[in-house]
Design a protein around this ligand. Structure first.
Ligand SMILES: Nc1ncnc2c1ncn2[C@@H]1O[C@H](COP(=O)(O)OP(=O)(O)OP(=O)(O)O)[C@@H](O)[C@H]1O
Ligand SMILES: [Mg+2]
Length: 269
């Protein structure tokens, strides 16, 4: 097997990147897909969201994996409470990595080196990124096959997207020609408001068929689950938020079996 590697990215903060990475990955793992989560955000919300706050793997965290030579890639992996779901955790040290990477050789390819070593072991690898377009996010985009872009259905949803699309173009041109937009995900949707509906229309107009049919509603359980160190799809599988992420995982699987390999042929908008 060789993993499909997706970076979850949007330089805007609080749009649901981490929630999406955790719950899509867990949904796929529950369906038997061997899935790895990589936390590339110094806030380490993904690491705590799956119950591993402050934990390191035998070889350390993603910080060591990025800044030191890798002897054994598998030694950076932690197992989670979910079968088929693994984690490479982050901690606060990662804040310094953004600066330290600048002076390292292959600074844009550090994560790719690790990911390529791990691809044969997994079906899916999800990389959570911080709310910036710095070197950590750049490493994620260089390592990935596709980018999953969560957009919260609020007034400024499309603002700043030009910067993200320009960054994706730059990464394609300089480092990773195969990088594609795997999908755009509408999050925190409130169907009761005209604004939510209008923003959703605008997003579909801009990104067209790249937008997932599945929409993630604003749902209190999605906000509560991280404080219990549990993915929402385990914390309350019957909640609307959990159901939406399970549906998204099914949609992703269906999309990718319907068009095998097509992600490398599509072009950025
Ligand atoms: N659909 C949703 N409904 C309600 N709350 C949500 C939803 N999605 C995420 N949240 C909550 O909103 C907050 C921001 O979500 P999240 O951490 O996933 O965003 P993020 O894009 O990763 O943020 P950052 O840019 O800081 O990394 C969190 O407290 C999360 O629990
Ligand atoms: Mg986050």
């Amino acid at each position: 097997m060789t993993a499909r590697v997706l970076a979850v990215a949007n330089q805007k903060g609080g749009v649901g990147k981490t929630t999406t990475a955790i719950n899509v990955a867990t949904s796929l793992a529950l369906g038997g897909q061997d899935t790895l989560l990589i936390d590339m955000d110094p806030q380490a919300n993904l690491t705590s969201g799956v119950g591993h706050k402050g934990h390191a793997a035998p070889a350390g965290t993603i910080y060591q994996a990025l800044t030191a030579e890798i002897a054994d890639a598998g030694a950076f992996i932690l197992h989670t409470q979910v079968d088929h779901l693994s984690l490479i955790p982050a901690d606060r040290n990662l804040t310094g990595a953004e600066l330290e990477l600048v002076s390292l050789s292959n600074r844009e390819h550090r994560l790719r080196t690790l990911v390529d070593l791990l691809r044969p072991r997994f079906d899916y690898i999800f990389i959570d990124t911080p709310p910036s377009l710095g070197l950590l996010t750049l490493n994620a985009l260089v390592a990935a096959d596709g980018v999953l872009i969560p957009l919260n259905c609020e007034y400024f949803a499309l603002e700043g997207l030009a910067d993200l699309v320009a960054t994706l173009r730059r990464v394609r041109a300089a480092f990773n020609p195969a990088l594609d937009i795997a999908g755009v995900l509408m999050t925190m949707y409130d169907e009761r408001t005209n604004l939510g509906q209008q923003v959703a229309r605008d997003i579909r107009e801009f990104f067209q068929e790249r937008v997932y049919t599945t929409v993630i509603p604003r749902n209190i359980r999605l906000g509560e689950a991280p404080s219990h160190g549990m993915p929402a799809v385990l914390y309350d599988v019957k909640s609307r938020g959990a159901e939406a992420y399970l549906a998204l995982a099914r949609e992703m699987l269906a999309r990718e079996t319907a068009t095998p390999g097509s992600h490398t042929e599509r072009h950025l908008g």
